[in-house]
Design a protein around this ligand. Structure first.
Ligand code: GLN
Length: 481
């Protein structure tokens, strides 16, 4: 087994016990990034910066001033999360020369715990998409089958973790972007409760939905990373209630007596038969470990996608109005001010981003605001209420993460509606503000990974960690071959 195949937590232990040095470990990972360049998982490799940092971290470990379980372990960060003086492009031409003067709170907290940033990962432009095909830097290939997409929008982080180019990574999840690529690449992805991890330094797509999430080889790793970034931050007004928690302490609690709800309508005919079967099989494994399974019907599923896309596009059209060629980012000059705006935005944004700005502007325009945007807000509340009701009966909800496994690159690119359909099972947790994760749950006939989604009530990431870890024990851990 190669050293880079280990989980982040076991690497942390090896570093603390001096079995390996931070530089040696980093060098191994840098070799992987070089060898696996063709996957296109990274936009930037921070070679020099990471080597410098590795020396500092080693000294801190030697001096016993740094004993965090992740100290010295290399991480990757999605390119819409700000990193001081390091390109943060959002995979867009618009920000292709943007080096932020500050780092996101989540990055800062991880660096304080000794993380070594190995690089910034590829993604769908401005996190809009589910396949990484809308990236200005080209699509990411799935390490399990390079003809297939890695999922999106955090497809770069997912592919980097799955192909051992980093030990763990950060992604962002607005409607499924941590969970779906995790499912497509066979890793674990955890989206925390809205507002429990600071969004400061996460470049906005749809502010009422955006969250930073964790991607790792298994649930224990995700729990360890989440423990570092979780909790209130004065710099983000929507991040105030969550208290710092050590989520790894829930890993071994088991699931005896836990009530797991299985919404039958998440296994409809649009779900691949094989995906549905594997996820139900996974649920039965949990039952053998002491959980109780209950099938039930969740209402309003037909409204998930329209509600999500109206809300997300409306917020995106407003958030992206700041890219006008004046303040920062790409600028294409014109003879007059308006011409400059038009040229800058026409050339700076890709097709999918423009489509969403148009859609968002439309649903917010006078006359349509009441019919679309306001209605979507009301339905969003009903969806959230339906989850609150379900959680009165069940501790956790279990569903497929996505209706299919990874599809071929190019297959859905010209069919945006088909692409949006792929988000059907992830957007509800996003709209409801609840935490959700995707854990690997078998493979299909072609050997492509399948993801099982776990959803818990707000601020109950502990339940997800318990179930995820229990499942890994049953299946022998999810550190992939
Ligand atoms: N695929 C969804 C979208 O395109 C989700 C993206 C995300 O979570 N950032 O909006």
């Amino acid at each position: 087994m190669k050293i880079t195949e280990n989980s982040a937590l076991s690497l942390g232990k090896m570093l603390q016990s001096r079995e390996i040095s931070v530089i040696e470990l980093l060098t191994e990972y840098l070799k992987e990034t070089e060898a696996k360049k063709d996957l296109n998982a990274f936009i930037t490799i921070c070679r020099d910066e990471s080597l410098k940092r590795a020396n500092i971290i080693q000294k801190n470990i030697d001096d016993k001033v740094l004993s965090s379980p992740l100290a010295g372990v290399p991480m990757a960060v999605k390119d819409n999360i700000c990193t001081k003086n390091i390109l943060t492009s959002c995979a867009s031409k618009m920000l292709s020369d943007f080096k932020p003067p500050y780092s996101a709170t989540a990055v800062e907290r991880l660096e304080k715990a000794g993380a070594v940033l190995i690089g910034k990962t590829n993604m769908d432009e401005f996190a809009m998409g589910g396949s990484t095909e809308s990236s200005y830097y080209g699509s990411v290939k799935n390490p399990k089958d390079t003809k297939k997409v890695s999922g999106g929008s955090s497809g770069g982080t997912a592919a980097a973790v799955a192909s051992n180019q980093c030990a763990y990574g950060l992604g962002s999840d607005t409607g499924g972007s941590v969970r779906q690529p995790a499912s497509f690449c066979g890793i674990t992805g955890l989206m925390p409760t809205y507002g429990s991890v600071s969004r400061y330094g996460l470049i906005a797509y749809a502010s009422s939905l955006d969250r930073i999430g964790v991607m790792g080889k298994n649930m224990s790793d995700c729990a360890a990373v989440l423990s570092e970034i979780y909790g209130s931050d004065k710099k983000d007004m929507t991040c105030s209630v969550a208290k710092k928690t050590d989520f790894t302490s829930f890993c071994d609690l088991g699931i005896r007596g836990m009530k797991i709800g299985i919404p039958r309508n998440f296994f409809s005919e649009q779900t691949d038969a094989f995906v549905g079967k594997s996820v139900l099989q996974g649920a039965r494994e949990l039952e053998k470990s002491g959980a109780e399974l209950y099938e039930f019907e969740l209402p309003l599923t037909d409204y998930y996608l329209p509600t999500y896309y109206i809300t997300a596009c409306a917020e995106a059209s407003s958030n992206l109005s700041r890219y006008d060629g004046i303040k920062y980012g790409f600028c294409q000059s014109g003879d007059e001010l308006e011409q400059m705006y038009v040229k800058t935005r026409t050339e700076g944004f890709g097709l999918e981003v423009k489509r969403r700005i148009m859609l968002g502007t439309y649903v917010l325009s006078s006359g349509y605001y009441e019919d679309y945007y306001k209605k979507a807000l009301k339905v969003r509340r009903l969806i959230k209420d339906s989850f609150d009701d379900a959680f009165k009966k069940y501790d956790l909800l279990l569903t497929p993460t996505a209706p299919t496994t990874a599809y071929n690159i190019g297959e859905n690119r010209n069919d945006p509606l088909k692409m949006y359909q792929g988000d059907i099972y992830t957007v509800a947790a996003s709209l409801s503000g609840i935490p959700a994760a995707s854990i690997p749950c078998g493979k299909n006939q072609e050997g492509m990974p399948i993801g099982m989604q776990l959803m818990a009530p707000q601020l109950r990431e502990d339940v997800i960690v318990r179930v995820g870890c229990a499942y890994e024990k049953i299946t022998g851990g999810s550190v992939d071959e």
